[in-house]
Write a protein that binds this ligand. Structure first.
Ligand SMILES: [Zn+2]
Ligand SMILES: [Zn+2]
Length: 238
C-alpha cells in the first residue's frame, strides 16, 4: 500500500500538477486530468490551483524576492521553511492563477481539496481494516497514509532545495537550477531540474533516453494509448 500510494500520489504531482497543469507540456483527456487531480490532491501539497500558480511564479521569478522557494535564502527555506511564511499581499500573485482558474476541473478540485486529502488517508485505513481489523487499519494508515505523505512531500521539497543548490548545470546558468540524477530516483525523474528550467514546457525532464524519468515514460505511454497528445519537446536531445 505504501509503494502503490507513493507512486500514485507522486506521479499525480510530477505528471499532473507539474508537467500538465503548471507547464502544459502535453494535452490529455478529461479523465486523465481528473485522475491526476485526485492523485495530486492526496499528496497533501495543496490544491493544483495553489501549487501550480506558486510553481509558475517560481519559474518567472527564480532566485528573486518573489520566488516562493527562493534557494538564495538557504536549504531549509527552499526545502520547507517557505511553507510557514504567509505572503504579505497575496493578491499581487493572482495573475499566476488566471489561466488555471479557467479550468473547471481545477476549480472543482480546489473546492473539494480537503475531502480528497481525507480520502487519501482513509483509503489505506479501510483496506487495512478489512484485511486485519484495527491493527491492520491503523498500521496501514500510519505507513501508507502518514509516512507515505511525509516521504512524497520531502521528495517534492528536494527539487526546490537540493536541485537549486547542488549538482551540475549542463544546460544553462541563467538561474540556480541544477541536475541531480540521484534526486530523480526519488522523484520520478524531476531531478533533471537544470534541463527543466532551461526547457520548461518540455514533457521530459531527463531528456536523454537513458535518463531515469518515469514521469516522461507515463506521458509517452498515455500518448500511445490515445489518452494524451501534443507532447512538447523544446530541445533536440533524444
Ligand atoms: Zn517546473
Ligand atoms: Zn526550480
Amino acid at each position: 500500500m505504501f509503494a502503490i500510494l507513493y507512486v500514485f500520489t507522486g506521479l499525480g504531482i510530477t505528471v499532473g500538477y507539474h508537467r500538465l497543469f503548471s507547464h502544459r507540456s502535453f494535452k490529455c483527456t478529461k479523465w486523465v486530468e481528473m485522475t491526476m487531480l485526485l492523485a495530486g490532491g492526496m499528496a497533501l501539497q495543496n490544491s493544483a490551483l495553489k501549487w501550480a500558480s506558486d510553481h509558475i511564479r517560481h519559474h518567472a521569478q527564480c532566485d528573486e524576492e518573489d520566488d516562493p522557494y527562493n534557494a538564495k535564502l538557504g536549504f531549509w527555506w527552499s526545502h520547507c521553511g517557505w511553507l510557514f511564511w504567509k505572503d504579505k499581499n497575496p493578491a499581487q500573485y493572482d495573475k499566476y492563477k488566471t489561466r488555471l482558474k479557467q479550468n473547471p476541473l481545477v476549480m472543482w478540485q480546489h473546492n473539494n481539496y480537503i475531502a480528497i486529502v481525507i480520502a487519501g488517508l482513509l483509503f489505506p485505513f479501510i483496506v487495512g481494516f478489512l484485511y486485519n481489523g484495527w491493527i491492520g487499519g491503523l498500521s496501514c494508515f500510519l505507513l501508507a497514509g502518514v509516512a507515505r505523505t511525509f516521504f512524497v512531500l520531502n521528495s517534492t521539497f528536494f527539487i526546490n532545495s537540493i536541485c537549486h543548490l547542488w549538482g551540475n548545470q549542463p544546460h544553462g546558468t541563467s538561474d540556480s537550477s541544477r541536475d541531480s540524477w540521484f534526486v530523480s530516483l526519488l522523484t520520478f525523474g524531476e531531478g533533471y531540474h537544470n534541463y527543466h528550467h532551461m526547457y520548461q514546457t518540455d514533457y521530459r525532464n531527463g531528456a536523454q533516453w537513458y535518463n531515469f524519468d518515469p514521469s516522461k515514460w507515463l506521458i509517452w505511454i498515455l500518448s500511445k494509448l490515445g489518452l494524451a497528445s501534443d507532447l512538447r519537446r523544446q530541445s533536440t536531445t533524444q
